[in-house]
Design a protein around this ligand. Structure first.
Ligand code: FAD
Length: 400
């Protein structure tokens, strides 16, 4: 029986685990090792600070869901991978494998900028449950004594969509709280233009974003790095100094420490893969999701990264799972889909409205792209959250 170890139990890891068990049944032992014991629908973390969602509304425990499908769950952190001896060291023992799928997502690199982040700095984050709850505590204080707000993404950041969703949601929350006239909102980004999203823009995304910023009174500053942050000021690379009373800044991502310590990744700790999602140097190691190394296709004045969204993470996991299953079954078939050729599908929420984004490829040139703004997009995201949680709780990863 083949032994398949999956590191990570989120969009990529969970998808691959269910797919592999469904395809291989008793021909493989599938083990998921995750440092968090819950699956969290991360896209809804943008609503947690305003209490429009509680963490328990958007998460479930991994163990019962996986065990019901005959998948073993280990709640532990992988600390090192030993690819020459096919072993993973974890905080709860050593596991050997025939195939390894790395789906560990990112580490958040707050050390990129002095004063960045909720732990040792002055800005909030919405990248995980603890950060979103902390961002909510700061929001409650802010509502009592409002002032300038700065939302954005640093140099080398990649998750721009979350920053845009948050600035629109905070603008909406300020209106709902009756403090909008006391609040100046600025959006800062390393993107070369508004609506670039780390994928070079999609159709009229620049014009559309500029239009909504103007309509809602949000000031946008592009092409900037953050030099340092103090208790109440942000210092930008273009010389501007922005005072703030509330700031949420998306940091750059790195591959997780276990990968960086194992020498399996590039200089940022992301895994180089081919179009089957197999590691370039190891035949039995695959990677999917944010853990995969991807480069923005051309240089930008301020360095930026490429978003690996939940949908893209799932697609990568499916391809990787299909290829691992093929090998276990001794088939010759290889499924290939390079990252650039994934067709992105995303709903970006803006409080009481949003925009649906569909494109034929991640980067230009594209055969088609659709940007569809409207209040219904918000309800699509609300529906999708519920559908997705139901689908993953039941292991129905064969569904769209
Ligand atoms: C605020 C926010 C909003 C977003 N909104 C959207 C959206 O609207 N639509 C969209 O498509 N995408 C969105 N994204 C992106 C989406 O969340 C990611 O694409 C997705 O979470 C990536 O999935 P993943 O499985 O690769 O990694 P992650 O979701 O980061 O999961 C990593 C997993 O690995 C585990 N892990 C980490 N290190 C270790 C270790 N050493 N050992 C064992 N386990 C480990 C973690 O516990 C976790 O289970 C958003 C992201 C953020 C931060």
């Amino acid at each position: 029986m083949a032994k398949i170890v999956i590191l990570g139990g989120s969009f990529a890891g969970l998808t691959a685990a269910f797919d592999l068990k469904r395809k291989l049944k008793d021909k493989a032992e599938v083990i998921v090792i995750s440092k968090t014991k819950n699956f969290v629908f991360i896209p809804s973390l943008i609503w947690v600070p305003f209490k429009w969602r509680k963490p328990e509304d958007i998460s479930f425990e991994l163990r019962p869901v996986l065990e019901k499908k005959g998948i073993k769950f280990v709640h532990a952190e992988a600390t090192r991978i030993l690819p020459e001896s096919n072993r993973v060291e974890t905080t709860s023992g050593v596991y050997d494998y025939d195939f390894l799928l790395i789906a560990t997502g990112p580490d958040l690199n707050f050390s990129e900028v002095e004063g960045l982040g909720p732990q040792d700095g002055y800005t909030t984050s919405i990248c995980n449950v603890e950060h979103a709850l902390h961002a909510g505590e700061r929001w409650e204080e802010f509502v009592k004594s409002p002032g300038p707000i700065v939302i954005g993404a640093t140099q080398k950041a990649s998750c721009f969509g979350a920053a845009y969703e948050y600035v629109f949601n905070i603008e909406y929350a300020a209106r709902k709280a009756g403090i909008r006239d006391k609040v100046e909102i600025t959006f800062i980004t390393s993107e070369p233009f508004l609506g670039n999203f780390g994928i070079g823009g999609v159709g009229s995304s620049q014009k559309m974003t500029e239009y909504f910023f103007k309509k809602l009174g949000i000031r946008g500053i592009t092409n900037v790095a953050i030099e340092k942050i103090t208790e109440d000021k942000l210092f930008l690379s273009n010389g501007q100094v922005l005072p703030f009373k509330y700031a949420m800044i998306i940091p750059p991502f790195l591959g997780v420490k276990a990968i960086r310590d194992s020498g399996l990744g590039n200089e940022a700790g992301f895994i180089p893969v081919d179009s089957t999602y197999r590691h370039l140097n190891y035949d039995n190691i695959y990677a999917a999701g944010v853990a995969v190394a991807v480069k923005y296709p051309e240089p930008t004045p301020i360095p930026i990264g490429v978003p690996k969204t939940g949908y893209m993470s799932e697609v990568m996991a499916r391809v990787a799972a299909e290829n691992i299953a093929s090998k276990v079954l001794g088939k010759n078939h290889e499924s290939k889909l390079s990252f650039e050729d994934i067709a992105p599908l995303c709903v970006m929420d803006a409080g009481n409205m949003g925009v649906l984004l569909v494109a034929s490829r991640v980067f230009k040139p594209r055969k088609y792209h659709i940007l569809f703004p409207g209040p219904w997009s918000h309800w699509v995201k609300v529906w999708f959250e519920k559908y997705y949680l139901w689908k993953m709780r039941n292991g129905y990863t064969q569904l769209p």
